[in-house]
Design a protein around this ligand. Structure first.
Ligand code: BGC
Length: 770
């Protein structure tokens, strides 16, 4: 028998109103019981009422997610047959769709769920809104270089707004995987190598996407991914195994996920990798013990694309039915593109290997998020053509993307003050990528329109038509770059080099835009070589031979190893993949209209052989300065131990100096240690600095890293201005997790550094005594 959506909702409202009334009369609200607790329980009652109406098959349907009919973001496992998927939706066998976007499409699919199924439960529509929907902000790694939580939150807020205007209500972001290995392509999608910075960014992004109220028209549900340790894939090879110790797991991998839970992230995604022998998608310890029990996460968990089924390839689940059982019992509530929940959960419940309670718990979590999004009140809440026309690519969103792009740029070198450019200089601009309007949109750009970014050539042209001489030089790739294809770099064709060299000879300054294509990082884009791909290094050296006044502007989705460039090129600007407004942002920075303030969120290696390389490593028994004069210490024969550029590093067109570090130990009185220092702008222009604080717990029951970031402040100072800055350290910053996951705070000596990078040398110490 078919019920219409309206009848069901009416029934639910009646039930929930009735049950609320009854409860309110019986249970007096305690004075300290806040309103949200009460609303929460109302919600639970609504969810329970709906659950009570559902058949087992309908419940399982809620746990099934299909990709849309055209777009895909992984290998297509089931014929993308629109007809059979539509029929499954109609039969109440689908809880969510991904990759259906645009108000017209979303409305059409939602209409089937709401008007043609027995219960009319709305679908939740997910999409990878990673750094923008149609208007692209910088890639997340670039945004992280801003160390600006307000700007990052705003960038996610605008991404959510644009996505919500396109009918979407759930993003598969933020990716909060810490990574120390630049070979891994997905470092572009995260916040880099540091758990402290990564946790703050995770929080900012969740808040940005979700706002304070998920039922707001322009907020969408966030998804912290990929749980867990995906960033530690062995040898940086995509989807590879992860084998890490508990100290790294608790102190490095998990904190940003916990921060996402604390910030209210409504969903989580499992990762593709196995963790110490157990695939994440069947990892009971991760999802039940940690996430749902210890952290009390109340949202739902979606698998990654086909990651449940792929446990067969992992040699973990012998077949589909085992895969479904292992995943659901481990706490994966929704199956993305494996189809095994739909095919086998009913049978598993019948034979008793999956309990009804497990199914009910998963379904409740999913329904709850749908209620929170306001989808039961109005399933078409996100489907307004008017909003879609007004919001997408609006000035507000473009301005946000430009602001974020400016703040993401990192100045790596500026010898002889080659930058900013002077207005009367003759400038040659070289590099195929300088003309590219596509690459800087990054890898996660399914909602973007091809060739819509502002190229560097366009950005610079808005400054002055006369002074720039643009030449492509040799081609970058040999064929058109495709989202699902491997890129083929030009390694031989030097057509264009001669014209570029002629332009360089006649210029005062040469700007070269070199690096990676936007589709060279991201999922399934691991590299073993971290140099400039194709003929670019050769091209750089050829230009250097005719004109050494080079400003190298890098565009890349991961740290690169460029020791030759660092040694020889006088000015280097890290411009990542900055999104739709890229060319405008780079032009403003090169001209000094925006003074760069970014700091690296990941160490740049000297050589690929150093990776994984990260500042917060532990010491060895034979550190590099030990046994000096012999070979018996921890070092390489052919490369330094240090990175090319360290974590936290970034210059400005002015210079900052740090002094007067002092420590006020009030720990035994109020549990705080206050560290103060003075920072001074000693240059001749206004600038913004990210002042950073690092600690070392010198001796502990588990070895602590040589340094750990535990505070930072972004400060703007006029030329000549100085300011006192202070950082407060509490047990939250001073403690650590032992190998059983217990939080410890141990007495003893702590070293503290304050400065402009992880190599800061202004130092003090204090003795912690509880
Ligand atoms: C990625 C996820 C993404 C999903 C859906 C997977 O291949 O690993 O991060 O959210 O596809 O597009």
């Amino acid at each position: 028998m078919k019920y219409s959506f309206k009848i069901i909702i009416g029934l639910l409202v009646f039930i929930s109103i009735y049950s609320c009334g009854a409860k309110t009369n019986q249970t007096a609200i305690k004075p300290n019981e806040n309103k949200s607790t009460v609303i929460q329980s109302d919600l639970d009652r609504k969810v329970d009422s709906l659950l009570g109406l559902m058949t087992l098959r309908e419940k399982i349907g809620q746990m099934n997610q299909y990709t849309g009919f055209r777009d895909f973001t992984g290998p297509v496992n089931k014929a993308s047959d629109e007809e059979s998927k539509t029929q499954d939706i109609r039969d109440g066998l689908v809880g969510s769709m991904l990759n259906v976007r645009g108000v017209k499409n979303v409305r059409a699919v939602q209409r089937i769920a709401v008007e043609e199924t027995r219960l009319g439960i709305p679908l939740i529509f997910g999409f990878d809104v990673i750094h923008g929907y149609q208007t692209m902000a910088p890639i997340p790694l670039a945004e992280s270089a801003s160390w600006d939580m307000e700007a990052i939150e705003n960038s996610s807020r605008l991404a959510a707004k644009e996505a919500a205007a396109a009918g979407l209500n759930w993003t598969f972001a933020p990716m909060v995987d810490i990574s120390r290995d630049a070979r891994w392509g997905r470092v572009m999608e995260g916040a880099g190598e540091d758990p402290y910075l990564g946790s703050l960014i995770a929080k900012a992004r969740v808040k940005g996407f979700q706002g304070d109220d998920l039922s707001n028209r322009f907020t969408i549900a966030a998804c912290a991914k990929h749980f867990a340790a995906y960033g530690f894939s062995e040898s940086g090879r995509e989807y590879n195994t992860v084998d890490i110790g508990t100290s790294t797991l608790y102190n490095v991998v998990l904190p940003p996920f916990k921060a996402a839970v604390d910030a209210g992230a409504r969903t989580f995604m499992s990762s593709f990798n196995d963790l110490n022998g157990i695939p994440a998608s069947a990892n009971y310890f991760l999802f039940r013990d940690i996430l749902k029990d210890k952290w009390n996460f109340e949202g739902f968990v979606v698998s990654d694309w086909a990651s449940i089924k792929e446990m067969i390839n992992h040699n973990y689940a012998p077949d589909d039915i085992a895969a479904a059982r292992l995943s659901v019992n481990a706490g994966i509530d929704m199956d993305m593109e494996s189809y095994v929940y739909l095919d086998y959960l009913e049978q598993l419940v019948e034979d008793g290997t999956v309990s009804m309670a497990t199914i009910d718990d998963a379904v409740k979590r999913i329904l709850k998020v749908k209620f929170e999004l306001g989808l039961f009140e109005d399933p078409y809440r996100y489907c307004s053509e008017e909003d879609e026309a007004k919001v997408i690519d609006s000035n507000e969103i473009k301005e946000g993307a430009l602001d974020m792009a400016l703040k993401s740029i990192v100045l790596l070198k500026n010898e002889g003050d080659l930058l900013p450019l002077k207005r009367d200089q003759k400038i040659a601009v070289l590099g195929d990528l300088a003309f590219d309007k596509n690459s800087v949109l990054g890898n996660w750009r399914l909602g973007a329109i091809d060739n819509t970014a502002v190229s560097l050539q366009e950005g610079l042209s808005t400054y002055s038509k006369g002074n720039f001489n643009f030449e492509r030089g040799p081609a970058f790739v040999t064929s058109k770059a495709e989202f699902s294809q491997e890129l083929i770099y030009n390694k031989t064709d030097t057509t264009g080099t001669k014209a570029a060299l002629d332009a360089a000879k006649n210029a005062d300054v040469v700007i070269m835009l070199l690096g990676e294509h936007g589709l060279q990082s991201g999922e399934a884009r691991s590299r073993t070589d971290l140099g400039l791909p194709g003929v670019q290094q050769q091209f750089l050296e050829q230009v250097y031979a005719v004109n050494q006044n080079i400003v190298l502007v890098l565009t890349n989705g991961r740290p690169l190893a460029l020791p030759w460039a660092k040694k020889n090129i006088p000015a280097i600007v890290e411009a990542w993949q900055l999104g739709s407004q890229s060319g405008h942002a780079i032009a403003q920075v090169l001209h000094g209209d925006f003074n760069p303030s970014g700091k690296l969120p990941m160490s740049f290696p000297f050589d690929v052989g150093q990776v994984p390389i990260y500042y917060n490593h532990k010491n060895t028994g034979r550190p590099k300065d030990y046994n000096e004069g012999t070979v018996f210490n921890s070092h390489y024969q052919d490369a330094p131990n240090e990175p090319l550029w360290p974590f936290g590093f970034g210059l400005s067109y002015t210079t900052f100096e740090y002094d007067q570090i002092e420590i006020n130990d009030n720990f035994s009185v109020d549990g705080t240690i206050t560290v103060t220092a003075q920072i001074k702008n000693v240059g001749d222009r206004k600038g913004t600095e990210v002042a950073q604080l690092y600690i070392q717990d010198e001796f502990a029951t588990t070895i602590r890293p040589v340094r750990e970031l535990k505070g930072f402040k972004k400060i703007e100072l006029e030329a000549g201005e100085s300011q006192n800055i202070s950082f407060i350290l509490t047990s939250n910053e001073l403690g650590f997790f032992d190998n059983q996951g217990n939080w410890l705070l141990e007495d003893g000596n702590f070293n503290v550094w304050v400065g402009g990078s992880s190599q800061a040398n202004l130092k003090q110490s204090f003795m912690l005594k509880q």
